[in-house]
Design a protein around this ligand. Structure first.
Ligand SMILES: Cc1cc2nc3c(=O)[nH]c(=O)nc-3n(C[C@H](O)[C@H](O)[C@H](O)COP(=O)(O)OP(=O)(O)OC[C@H]3O[C@@H](n4cnc5c(N)ncnc54)[C@H](O)[C@@H]3O)c2cc1C
Length: 459
C-alpha cells in the first residue's frame, strides 16, 4: 500500500523548502524527500561556502595591500586554511540547521531520507517505501560534469563538491574550465597563496559575455598572477608522483601542464538519470533537463520541475523565482510566467561582475537601434577612495522606447549596483527615470545617471 499525500517534493533545493512552507500552510499533507542534506547545492557546496571563501580570500588580499592604505602590519601575512574551512563550515552548518528546523517543523510534513525515483506518473519509491500524490514537485538540481577523458577515474580530481573538504593549500591548482565557477575558485586559491593555472578551450574566459568584459576579467586575474591558458582543450590527465599532469590540445604553449591538484569546472549536469522519469512519462531534452512550460509544468499533468533541473536557470535566485511562479499559479490564482523573467546573475570574483539582460553583442545581432554608455571604474570617486578602480560599467538602451536592454557592471559593488538596472527593466521604465534621479554621494550608483546621460549610438 502506498502512503498517500497531497503533494510530494523531491529534493531540498532552493525551491523545495519554501514551496513546502506554502503547501503545508494551505493545509496540504506533504512528503519531502532528500537524499543527502538540507539546503542542496547552494548552501552546501555552491553559493554559501564559496562566498565565505571569497571573503577570506579578500581579507588576505587586502591585508597584503596594507601599505597602500597606510596601515602597518608586523610580520608576514599568512592564511590558516583549517581556520578558513572552519569558518566556512560554521556558516554553512548554521544555514543547514536553520533550514532543517524550519522544514521539519512544518505541520503536515513528513521527511523521507533517501534516493527517490518514479514508479508511475504520481508514484514515488524512496528507501523501500511507496508514496503517492496528485501533485509532485521535482527540485533535484544538478552536479559537476565530469568529462569522459580516458583514464580519468584513476586520477585524483576535485569538483566544487570535494573542494569543500579542502583544508590545506594546494601548491599548484590546475583549474579546467574558465567560466564562472572555475574563475571564482581561481582567484580564491591564488589569494590564499596557491599557484593557479586556468585552462580554457575557447579563445577567452566567460565566453558568454562580451569581449570587453572577458578581457577585463582576464586582466583582473592576470594582475594577481593567475596563469591563463586559452585556446587549450584538455584531453586527458595522468597521475604523477607530484600530483597530476593535464594534457591539452593547443596551438601555442606547453601541451602538458603539471600541478599538484586539478579542479574540474567544465559545466553542470542535471540529476535526472536516476529518477526513472520514463516510468512516469516525463520528457527530458537531449542533455537530460526536464522539459517544462512557462509555468514549469512537465509533460505529465500534476508534475512540476523547479530549479536547475528544468534548464531554465542555473542559479539560486532562478530556482527561488521558480518556487514563486509555481506557488502563485497554484495557490494564489496569480498568473505568473517564467517567460517574464529577465536574466540576471553575478560573477563573484573581486571586483564582481553584475549582469542583467542582453549583452552588447546580442543587441547588435538583434539589429535594433540602440544606445550605449560605458564608463571605466577609474571615474568613480568611491572606487578611487577605496583603491579599487579595476573594471568598467556598460549599459545598452533601446533607442526607440528608451528602455534598458542590458548591463554589465564589472567593478566595486557591481553585484549590488546592478539591481537598480534590474528594477528599472522590470518596471519597463525609460532610462531617463534613472538618469534624472538624484543618487547619494559618494557611491558607485551615483555614477549610473551620469553614465546614462552620456549615451551614444551603438554601431
Ligand atoms: C561552486 C558553485 C557556486 C555557485 N554560486 C552561486 C551563486 O553565487 N549564486 C547563485 O545564484 N547560484 C550559484 N550557484 C548555483 C546554485 O548553487 C544552484 O543554481 C542552486 O543550488 C540550484 O538549486 P536547485 O533548487 O536546482 O537544487 P540544488 O540546490 O542543486 O538541490 C537539489 C537537492 O536535491 C537532492 N536530490 C537530487 N536528486 C535526488 C533524488 N533522486 N532523491 C532525493 N533527493 C535528491 C540533492 O541532494 C540536493 O539536496 C553555484 C553553484 C556552484 C556549483
Amino acid at each position: 500500500m502506498a502512503q498517500r499525500f497531497d503533494a510530494i517534493i523531491i529534493g531540498s533545493g532552493q525551491a523545495g523548502p519554501a514551496l513546502a512552507g506554502r503547501l503545508t500552510g494551505a493545509g496540504m499533507s506533504v512528503a519531502f524527500i532528500e537524499r543527502e542534506h538540507f539546503g542542496g547545492t547552494c548552501v552546501n557546496d555552491g553559493c554559501t561556502p564559496t562566498k565565505t571563501l571569497v571573503a577570506s580570500a579578500q581579507a588576505a588580499f587586502v591585508a597584503r595591500r596594507h601599505r597602500d592604505f597606510g596601515v602597518t602590519i608586523e610580520g608576514t601575512i599568512g592564511v590558516d586554511m583549517r581556520a578558513v574551512k572552519a569558518r566556512k563550515d560554521a556558516i554553512v552548518g548554521a544555514s543547514v540547521d536553520g533550514l532543517t528546523q524550519w522544514v521539519t517543523g512544518m505541520p503536515g510534513l513528513r521527511v523521507y531520507w533517501g534516493q527517490a525515483h518514479f514508479t508511475g506518473p504520481h508514484r514515488i519509491e524512496v528507501s523501500g517505501e511507496e508514496l503517492e500524490a496528485e501533485k509532485i514537485f521535482i527540485n533535484v538540481g544538478g552536479r559537476a560534469l565530469v568529462p569522459d577523458w580516458p583514464g580519468l577515474s584513476s586520477v585524483p580530481y576535485l569538483t566544487n563538491t570535494t573542494m569543500m573538504a579542502v583544508d590545506f593549500l594546494p601548491e599548484h591548482l590546475i583549474i579546467v574550465g574558465g567560466s564562472y565557477i572555475g574563475l571564482e575558485f581561481a582567484q580564491i586559491y591564488r589569494r590564499f597563496g596557491s599557484r593557479v593555472t586556468v585552462i580554457e578551450m575557447t579563445p577567452r574566459l566567460i565566453g558568454r559575455e562580451d569581449e570587453d568584459v572577458s578581457e577585463a576579467v582576464q586582466d583582473v586575474l592576470a594582475r594577481e598572477g593567475i596563469e591563463l591558458r586559452l585556446n587549450a582543450k584538455c584531453i586527458g590527465a595522468t597521475r604523477t608522483d607530484r600530483g597530476v599532469v593535464v594534457s591539452a590540445d593547443c596551438a601555442e604553449g606547453e601541451p602538458r601542464v603539471e600541478g599538484s591538484h586539478m579542479l574540474l569546472a567544465v559545466g553542470r549536469r542535471p540529476n535526472t538519470e536516476d529518477l526513472r522519469l520514463h516510468a512516469a512519462g516525463i520528457e527530458c531534452d537531449a542533455r537530460g533537463f526536464i522539459k517544462v512550460d512557462d509555468q514549469l509544468r512537465t509533460s505529465v499533468p500534476g508534475v512540476w520541475a523547479l530549479g536547475d533541473v528544468n534548464g531554465r536557470g542555473a542559479f539560486t535566485h532562478t530556482s527561488w523565482n521558480d518556487y514563486e511562479i509555481v506557488a502563485a499559479n497554484l495557490l494564489d490564482g496569480d498568473h505568473r510566467s517564467v517567460d517574464d523573467r529577465i536574466a540576471a546573475y553575478a560573477l563573484y570574483i573581486d571586483p564582481p561582475l553584475g549582469r542583467v539582460g542582453l549583452t552588447e553583442r546580442e543587441v547588435v545581432a538583434s539589429g535594433r537601434p540602440a544606445l550605449i554608455g560605458k564608463m571605466p571604474m577609474t571615474r568613480v570617486g568611491r572606487a578611487r577612495e577605496r583603491g579599487e578602480t579595476l573594471g568598467f560599467m556598460k549599459i545598452v538602451v533601446d533607442a526607440r522606447n528608451r528602455e534598458i536592454l542590458g548591463a554589465a557592471l564589472l567593478g566595486l559593488n557591481g553585484d549590488e549596483v546592478v539591481h537598480l538596472i534590474i528594477d528599472a527593466m522590470y518596471a519597463k521604465a525609460p532610462y531617463t527615470v534613472i538618469s534624472r534621479a538624484m543618487h547619494i554621494h559618494p557611491t558607485v550608483a551615483e555614477l549610473i545617471p551620469t553614465l546614462l546621460q552620456g549615451l551614444t549610438p551603438l554601431q
